[in-house]
Design a protein around this ligand. Structure first.
Ligand code: PRX
Length: 646
């Protein structure tokens, strides 16, 4: 157990935390024993409502149904902007740090109001109404946050597609969400390189006839193709409309956004979140997990294309009237000190990032960290993957100078907000442990048959009771919601993760127990990579697994069986890697592709992934029983030609 030593602390770090251990336990107990009373109080504290609820919540965990703050009305943009104008109109809402260290912008709450209202009016002029879906394919610029909030203001449902996705992946999402408007930028800028966003949109739209409007932010001024009917410049359109826009009163259960994420089977799922419960949960967790105090600068390094960016760059911090930092670039550009220079430049108090970024920085040594002061940092956060204890130690000792607690926050796109984390002041710290459930969250561990495990145990992580920011549906496929999350174990939400509970009752997340990979914190379904591989004329069958990688957490290892008569030459293999980048995105490019004449299948034709995983990880001692395979000989061939040797 780690004791936080408060040496070298500034006043800022010594100030009271919101909760101590007793406070947490009291609140947690109330949240479970009297949930309606607890949530009513928190909902009134964190969110401003236009109309009260008739019922705090109703749910059915067998059917995956949940409704929170039933019949209440609110508007998310009012909560994130208008509500703060009385007291903090001139406070910076968003600090934008550009890719180039000389580029930054400070947007006050008053300016945020104007920007959001103007864009909301542009959308309205182009016919966008409550319930319509708008796709955002944007770089990390303030306009991305304006666009999310503009949609929320008029009741449109945004679906943000990460700018690293290929035109094909973008097309699939626009089609699936039935969007008819896209907001983008001419180009994105990251690490000194440009990303042709508008060009990618144009490519995607050749197969999306319903899209009638593309609003483009001029980021670099690059030449882009232009369609007079469809294309609108963001700055021109915004200049021509009013700077006031009446917010749409939304039902608590009206959709706020759809965000695509990968599962173990089929195409990515459109996770749908609604309005009231989501906002209450992200505001409450932002306040308690990061122990956020008024006036602090909060920096979450995620991209707004992922749920972390939604909940902890935009909605949680802005709902709490915080100053949120948005960074366009990458941690190592122009130098390995960039993150810490940004911290010193903007006096960042809370720094929230992913283990993959910490590992990449750790590999570059202490010097680039030590050349900065980092004195303003009070708390460090981690999200997205298990953090190895040695990486945790480095983060704690080198980045945090052994004086800042680390909150290792476990959650998912589907959970909307943090569900398990060590609350500062209320929990000890154990390197690698996500520790304790948030208010109202009832985690449990079950064995493969669904029996609940008591005490110290290792099992499948499930959540037993509904929480406000719970996924409401898979867009357009409610059946998939039930099948994926509420059928594996009856009456509970199945996370897809494994976890261990120690003798103190603290939780340690051990990673996915399904076929979802986590590459540099990006969630990728093996099925997505496999379908990209078999889409061409060279590959008859493919099986993809993960293996450990020092920086990325996991690497992608693909086994491919060529079509009859095809030789998988180096050129063909290179083409296959490009094919995956094009179909999915560069981050899904396989690290290893091993050609093979066969795959280990059971007699009923099921691929035994366990064996493939062991070979990819070079763990040959624990291959296990191969006698049930239709052709056990195939294993020898796979082992002999394996590519990842210890
Ligand atoms: O496996 C868990 C891992 O990331 C998955 C969720 O990915 P995504 O929906 O993309 O959301 C990422 C950001 C919330 C989980 O199923 N994961 C997330 N946080 C942690 C984690 N694994 C271990 N420790 C964490 N703190």
């Amino acid at each position: 157990m780690y004791k936080i030593q408060n040496h070298k602390v500034s006043e800022n770090q010594l100030r009271q935390t919101h909760l101590d251990q007793d406070g947490y336990e009291r609140m947690y107990r109330q949240s479970i024993e009297q949930p309606d009373m607890f949530w009513a109080e928190q909902a009134n504290r964190f969110v401003e409502w236009m109309q009260p609820w008739s019922k705090v919540h109703e749910s059915n965990m067998e059917k995956g149904e949940a409704a929170w703050f039933v019949d209440a009305k609110l508007n998310v943009s009012v909560n994130c902007i208008d509500r703060h104008l009385k007291t903090r109109a001139d406070q910076t809402a968003i600090i934008w740090e550009g890719d180039d260290p000389n580029d930054s912008r400070y947007i006050t709450y008053r300016e945020l109001h104007e920007e959001v209202c103007r864009l909301a009016n542009v959308l309205k002029e182009r016919g966008v109404k409550k319930g319509d879906r708008v796709c955002l394919y944007m770089p990390m610029i303030p306009e991305a946050a304006f666009a999310m909030l503009a949609c929320a203001r008029i009741g449109a449902v945004h679906t943000v597609v990460f700018g690293g996705f290929s035109p094909e992946a973008l097309r699939d999402r626009i089609q699936n969400a039935e969007c008819d408007v896209v907001i983008t930028a001419d180009e994105g800028v990251r690490g000194g390189k440009t990303v042709p966003l508008k060009q990618n949109v144009d490519k995607a739209l050749t197969a999306c006839p319903n899209v009638h409007t593309v609003v483009t932010v001029k980021r670099t001024g690059a030449d882009v193709a232009w369609d007079e009917q469809k294309d609108v410049w963001y700055h021109e359109a915004c200049a021509q409309v009013s700077k006031e826009c009446t917010p749409e009163p939304m039902d608590s259960e009206d959709p706020l956004f759809i965000l695509y994420t990968s599962g173990s089977t089929g195409k990515p799922k459109g996770v749908l979140h609604t309005t009231g419960g989501y906002l209450v949960s992200v505001a409450l967790t932002h306040h308690y997990v990061f122990d956020y105090h008024d006036g602090e600068v909060f920096w979450c390094t995620a991209d707004v294309g992922w749920v972390t960016g939604h909940s902890y760059i935009v909605y949680g911090p802005l709902c709490n009237g915080a100053t949120t930092l948005m960074f366009e670039g990458v941690p190592t550009y122009p130098t390995a000190s960039r993150c810490w220079e940004v911290v010193d430049k903007h006096k960042v108090n809370v720094f929230y990032t992913a283990p993959t970024a910490i590992r990449a920085l750790m590999a570059l040594g202490e010097e680039p960290v030590k050349s900065s002061s980092r004195e303003s940092i009070r708390l460090l956060g981690s999200v997205g993957e298990p953090i190895n204890p040695e990486v945790w130690e480095w983060y704690y000792q080198v980045v945090g100078d052994s004086r800042c607690p680390i909150v290792d926050t476990w959650w998912q796109t589907e959970t909307g907000s943090i569900l398990i984390a060590p609350l500062p002041g209320a929990c000890g710290l154990k390197p690698g442990a996500a520790m304790r459930p948030m208010f109202g969250v009832v985690p449990a561990l079950v064995d493969n048959e669904g029996n609940e495990l008591d005490g110290v145990a290792d099992g499948n992580l499930v959540i037993k009771q509904s929480w406000p920011s719970q996924i409401r549906t898979v867009y357009g496929d409610h059946h998939r919601l039930i099948e994926t999350y509420f059928s594996t174990y009856k009456g509970v939400y199945f996370t897809g993760d494994g976890a261990r509970r120690d003798a103190d009752g603290d939780y340690w997340i051990t990673g996915r127990v399904d076929d979802v990979l986590n590459i540099s914190g990006h969630r990728i379904g093996t099925a997505e990579v496999e379908s990209a591989l078999v889409l061409n004329d060279y590959v008859a069958e493919a099986a993809v697994v993960g293996c450990p990688h020092d920086i990325k957490g996991q690497a992608i290892y693909a086994y491919v069986m060529p079509m009859k008569g095809v030789t998988l030459t180096d050129e063909v293999m290179a083409e296959l890697k490009v094919a995956v980048s094009e179909q999915v995105g560069a981050f899904a490019r396989p690290d290893f592709i091993q050609p093979t004449t066969g795959l280990p299948k059971t007699r009923s034709g099921k691929i035994m992934r366990r064996i493939l995983r062991k070979i990819a990880c070079d763990e040959l001692d624990t291959l296990g029983d191969t006698s049930t395979l239709a052709d056990p000989g195939v294993v020898d061939e796979l082992v002999e030609h394996r590519l990842n040797r210890g």
